[in-house]
Design a binder for this molecule. Structure first.
Ligand code: MET
Length: 382
């Protein structure tokens, strides 16, 4: 039965509830993440975070008695696939809302479909500038680079006393480009000199040419706006050239993949994040233990943000009286979300309205503080 049919049947039966008969409806939520390809390390952790939260919520009776059903699709970390998957989830599966996609690069392609069809799209890992300028139906709980990188840069000055840095970034990805712009502004603002700026393209594996140029300028640190796999190979090759400089990275560094490839070469890397495995809060401890019990491995920031995001949506939905009209219910969820405050695995969270741009209404960004982590012996610590 379709969502609409089920909710229609449900509201009909709920109408009899005075007579003691009530049948719950399923709440279909789309999950569009990169489950294969280079971004899968992020995407699978994200899917696990949603699954853990949805299973917990359902075990406690769902939301006002309605069960959450995740409709999971692999957008492969590719723009075209993100568009296809969004269309399938929104128009064919008729989900109430969509979580995803994994990369900002894909979000810029797919989010307009959600906004045009007045369906909430909720990013849990999109950190580039401008994501929420796509429209009032775009939400994210991922803290944007603009809020994190200036903090990370200040911490690098404090930790290593850096005065001059080299910069390396991917120039064909929305997130790595956006991270570069933010780093550039933060370095200017904090009066840190740039000895050299180098770029690479998606899928590159050999960074020796760029690193040799960087080496000649003898920077105190290397600023890197990169996704995890490239970041890890860059670090490895930096060490093979005999360079010992610490790295300062953005959200792309925040993956176990960094250490699987770069190992101890990544020691002393600084990276800012709202989540830390060392956060002793009960909500985080429970999340980490439950995640490990369910999936047999430790969670990362992406799993934590997805887990919290599902609870944020559940909180909003608990205030919504589902009508059975998909259009009305999608709008009701959109209207209930901005007021949600949550204290979960990633700590205290609230939404912040994005400023309107080009006459277009904005969506909602994450209002959350970043903590700067340092890599030691194959993991990030505080
Ligand atoms: N933060 C990235 C982006 O916005 C994706 C996840 S990890 C680097 O594209």
């Amino acid at each position: 039965m379709s969502y609409q049919m089920k909710t229609l049947v449900a509201s009909a039966l709920l109408a009899w509830s005075a007579a003691g008969v009530a049948v719950a409806a399923d709440i279909k939520i789309g999950v569009a993440e990169a489950l294969t390809g280079p971004a899968a390390k992020y995407g699978v952790a994200i899917k696990n975070g949603f699954t853990l939260a949805a299973d917990e919520l359902n075990a406690k009776g769902g939301i006002n008695g309605n069960k959450i059903v995740l409709v999971v699709e692999d957008e492969q970390g590719k723009k075209e696939e993100a568009i296809n998957v969004f269309k399938k989830l929104i128009f064919q599966d008729k989900v109430l809302m969509v979580f995803g996609p994994t990369l900002s690069n894909s979000a810029f392609a797919a989010d307009p479909i959600a906004n045009a069809s007045k369906t909430v799209v909720f990013g849990t890992s999109n950190t580039a500038d401008g994501i929420t300028n796509m429209g009032p139906f775009t939400f994210r709980n991922s803290v944007m680079e603009a809020d994190v990188l200036p903090v990370t840069t200040r911490a690098a000055v404090k930790q290593f006393g850096i005065k001059k840095v080299a910069v390396l970034y991917g120039n064909d990805d929305a997130f790595t480009k956006s991270g570069y712009d933010v780093f550039k502004a933060a370095l200017e603002q904090q009066k840190i000199a740039v000895t050299d700026t180098e770029t690479y393209a998606k899928g590159d594996v050999d960074f020796k040419a760029q690193l040799t140029k960087i080496k000649a300028t003898n920077p105190d640190a290397i600023i890197c706006s990169c996704l995890a796999e490239e970041a890890a190979n860059i670090i490895l090759q930096t060490r093979s050239l005999g360079m010992k400089q610490p790295f300062v990275g953005g959200n792309g560094f925040n993956s176990p993949k960094l250490f699987e490839i770069a190992k101890d070469g990544a020691d002393n890397t600084l990276m800012g994040s709202p989540w830390s495995a060392e956060n002793p809060a009960a909500a985080n401890k429970k999340f980490m233990a439950d995640y490990k019990a369910k999936f047999g491995g430790d969670p990362d920031q992406f799993a934590a943000q997805a887990f919290d995001a599902m609870y944020i949506v559940a909180e909003a939905l608990s205030k919504v009286k589902l009508s059975g009209s998909l259009e009305k219910d999608r709008l009701a969820l959109r209207d209930a979300l901005p007021a949600v405050k949550f204290d979960g695995a990633t700590g205290k969270f609230a939404f912040r309205r994005a400023a309107p741009q080009g006459g277009k209404e904005g969506g909602y960004d994450a209002q959350q503080d970043a903590i700067v982590n340092i890599a030691k012996g194959g993991k990030f610590i505080l």
